[in-house]
Design a binder for this molecule. Structure first.
Ligand code: ZN
Length: 459
């Protein structure tokens, strides 16, 4: 039994590890590399294996950096099954359809601009191929992946349906267990349950995205959001948010604090078809909620608990929001304001002093969101100079990833202090976490590079 590190070894995106056991090859995730144009060009490189040689895929969760190269894998000849948690399967379908649409649009635009035919990385059809290969699985029930290899999903508390994957292999007389963390959420985050540790493991592959950081207390962020809303006098409040996870959390907080934040004086809009579809998945999988969310749901029967919420699917509905001058709270994508409907709302609202923009997530360099965070007095939107007269609030603390302390806590929940291989982190964060975990938990910590192999046959 061997695991070869291929993607997200020494970087955050492109999660992909190759498990070999009993003559079979199984991929743990097959994610997209995201970042600069140069980095993203690597997505088109050949895989270090024949796609048709892969027997199955086990998917940790529905984020593109974990599942975004599955359409390519299918297009290049993979014909096996893709195992994912039930809610994850539904989110993957939503996510890949949206990503394919953007890929096709960008390829079309570039082809016209460059005067040659640029092919999209993958198409809607390729995405369909993935969805048809998905095999939904529940949490906490072992299933057969290939002969001699079984897996069990546990809740990773990162987004709905996210998994810690336990892989059990028969090696001679012995059973060996490798635990793959996927992406781990924060403890005590809303809606989702806490990340669950595996009972035992012979080796642990774990993420280290925020291995060098401590997050701001979530409650401080929520309190600040509340005071912005309570203190709003006239004007609109714009909240850029990612479609999967963040949008649902914002709705949840608005529902939970409906009375104390005086939300009945607003009209609330969820203005993103993808976020709307995702919210419907979150509502359908209520059996996966944590205690507080279950209680709220039982009390109100239906979440989000917002009588004044409008879900704007159609473009015309979105455009109509722009005629509202005051009293609207608009949640729209993209989360970094570099595309999507939020850009139109910013263009219409930034020139007014009464406007408030609430930035909840990380804004990458070069994005419109980053320019707002950096306090630019004018920004360029759709080729037009737009004055920024409204207020921009930057709130941290709502990360879907656990911080240093969360990560170590999750590891310490696994019996026997098994050796660790750190993946899914920039080198700096990963190295800092390696030192932290070794010191705090006495773990033996490895920091693999692409091509390195973890061999569990011998020991
Ligand atoms: Zn993720």
């Amino acid at each position: 039994m061997k695991i070869e590190f291929f993607g997200a070894a020494g970087e955050v995106t492109g999660s992909c590890h190759i498990l070999q056991a009993g003559g079979h090859k199984v991929l743990l995730d097959c994610g997209l590399i995201q970042g600069s144009r140069q980095d993203e060009a690597r997505n088109r490189d050949p895989f270090p294996f024949e796609a048709s040689d892969i027997d199955a895929v086990v998917l940790s969760h529905a984020h593109l950096d974990h599942c975004g190269r599955l359409p390519l894998l299918v297009r290049r000849g993979f014909r096996g099954r893709i195992f994912a948690q039930r809610a994850s399967c539904e989110l993957v379908a939503i996510l890949l359809a949206d990503a394919a649409r953007l890929e096709e649009r960008d390829a079309h635009y570039l082809s016209r601009k460059l005067g040659r035919n640029i092919k999209p990385l993958f198409t809607f059809e390729d995405g369909r191929g993935v969805v048809e290969s998905l095999v939904p699985q529940p949490y906490a029930t072992a299933f057969d992946v290939v002969p001699g290899v079984r897996a069990t999903f546990r809740d990773a508390g990162h987004i709905m349906g996210s998994c810690v994957v336990e892989v059990h292999c028969q090696v001679g007389e012995q059973q060996r267990t490798v635990v793959f963390s996927g992406d781990l959420g924060q403890y005590d985050s809303p809606i989702l349950r806490d990340p669950e540790s595996a009972p035992r493991a012979d080796a642990v592959l774990m993420e280290s995205t925020y291995g060098d950081r401590r997050h701001r207390e979530r409650s401080d962020t929520i309190e600040e959001l509340g005071s912005i809303i309570r203190g709003a006098e006239g004007g609109n409040i714009l909240i850029p948010a990612f479609a999967i996870g963040r949008s649902q959390e914002v709705l949840y907080q608005l529902g939970k604090h409906f009375e104390d934040w005086g939300l009945d004086r607003f009209r609330i809009f969820l203005d993103s078809p993808m976020a709307i579809e995702t919210t419907e998945v979150y509502l359908r999988f209520a059996q996966l909620y944590d205690e507080e969310a279950s209680r709220l749901r039982a009390r109100n029967e239906k979440m989000p608990l917002l009588p004044n919420l409008t879900m704007s699917r159609k473009t015309e509905e979105s455009m109509a929001i722009n005629r509202i001058r005051s009293g609207a709270i608009v949640i729209a994508g993209s989360g970094m304001c570099n595309g999507g409907r939020i850009v139109h709302h910013l263009k219409h609202n930034l020139p007014f002093e009464s406007t408030q923009v609430v930035i909840l997530g990380y804004q990458a360099r070069g994005s419109l969101g980053r320019r707002l965070v950096d306090g630019h007095e004018r920004v360029r939107i759709h080729g037009q100079e737009v004055p920024v007269r409204g207020r921009v609030h930057t709130l941290g603390g709502l990360s879907a990833h656990g911080d240093q302390d969360d990560l170590a806590r999750w590891y310490e929940g696994i019996g026997g202090r098994p050796p660790v291989w750190l993946v899914h982190g920039e080198e700096e964060a990963r190295d800092a976490f390696a030192g932290y975990l070794a010191g705090r938990s006495g773990a033996q910590v490895n920091t693999p590079r692409p091509g390195d192999v973890l061999d569990l046959t011998a020991s």
